[in-house]
Design a protein. Structure first.
Length: 350
């Protein structure tokens, strides 16, 4: 079979990118029984607060960061799909404050539907991103599957004293977001044929930009918590931060950066099913102001693929955080809210 005879990659998957994630409410039920498993003292970060990666202390100066992430195609170009999937997987290492050291490929492909050339292009895209991160793909595993799946196991190292959990936010902290929102909406528009060349370029630029500020941010004493915004949307990952810290998190919606053309795409109905599943899972914990538009709520819950870092830091550290983002080329980074004591149970407030 030649590449010209193949179906669109996105037509082969029931969901794309981090929109494939199991809804957070369903996932918490699935994982509930695993909390009783024994936890070694050296395991610094496990599943307790739904953090971005596991962290295991090797010695006083080194801890291993381990994560895996994979999904079905979010775009039709195989090279771009590979790049996006690899960027997304490596991001979880950066979100813990770690430096990537190597990756393993996770590959499932319908070999009777896709050509060897197309599958090779997917893997080449992932390898390109790993080269940019300065790491090898040192192995992996492949299967013949009904839907195309690609991702990485990503490993990194971090000083145990510099590990940044999603649960470390403190009352009075300021929230900074590193990338604009809207990837899920753009992916829905792409499937409908409603995303133009300029929008596609913006989507690829956002989803293939490695979250390299992570280790530098973790080294700042005033940075208390880090996470990356992915499949549960900004609201979901901000809520994880709130629950872990036992605090309320506030978002200043007018300050949240958005990818270009969001309002028009939402009005055209370019919203993923994952957005609704996200809201159904955690909407009861979100306090919205009167008149908060449905379009804005769709963006608030929009699943991000390779989304930006969300940073909770002391007010006096905000300038350094924004300067670090800018030094790494994240010009859209912005202050988007803050952290306060919880009045009752932790909530996300807008």
């Amino acid at each position: 079979m030649s590449a010209a005879e193949e179906p669109r990659l996105t037509s082969l998957s029931h969901g794309g990118g981090c929109g494939c994630k199991i809804a957070p409410g369903v996932l918490s039920g699935i994982l509930r029984g695993t909390a009783a498993l024994p936890v070694p003292e050296a395991l610094l970060v496990g599943i307790e607060t739904s953090d971005d990666a596991a962290v295991y202390r090797l010695n006083d100066r080194q801890a291993l960061v381990a994560t895996t992430d994979f999904f079905m195609p979010i775009v039709d170009d195989p090279h771009d799909f590979g790049r996006i999937a690899a960027t997304n997987a490596i991001s979880d290492v950066y979100a813990m404050g770690g430096t990537p050291i190597l990756a393993l490929a996770v590959v499932g492909m319908p070999i009777n539907v896709l050509s060897v050339e197309t599958i090779g292009r997917i893997l080449e895209g992932g390898a390109e991103v790993c080269r940019a991160a300065g790491i090898p793909i040192a192995g992996g595993h492949t299967i013949d599957s009904v839907e195309p799946i690609y991702g990485l196991v990503a490993l990194g190292l971090v000083d145990p004293s510099l590990v940044k959990k999603n649960a470390g936010a403190e009352p009075g902290d300021v929230l900074v977001l590193g990338k604009p929102l809207g990837v899920g909406i753009m992916s829905a528009a792409l499937k409908k044929g409603a995303l133009g060349a300029e929008g596609y370029a913006a989507m690829i630029a956002a989803t293939t930009k490695l979250n390299t500020p992570g280790p530098d941010l973790a080294a700042l004493p005033g940075v208390h918590a880090l996470t990356d915004v992915t499949g549960f949307g900004l609201a979901g990952h901000a809520l994880e931060m709130a629950r872990g810290a036992g605090c309320d998190v506030r978002l200043d919606w007018a300050e949240v950066p958005l990818l270009p053309g969001m309002a028009a795409l939402v009005e055209q109905g370019c919203v993923t099913g994952a957005s609704g599943r996200n809201w159904a899972s955690y909407g009861a914990e979100v306090v919205l102001p009167d008149g908060f538009a449905a379009q804005a709520r769709a963006l608030l819950t929009d699943p991000q693929t390779a989304g930006g870092l969300l940073v909770a830091c002391a007010p006096e550290t905000v300038g350094e955080v924004l300067a670090l983002f800018a030094a790494h080329g994240f010009d859209a980074a912005a202050v988007v809210g803050g952290v306060g004591p919880a009045s009752q149970a932790p909530r996300l407030r807008l």
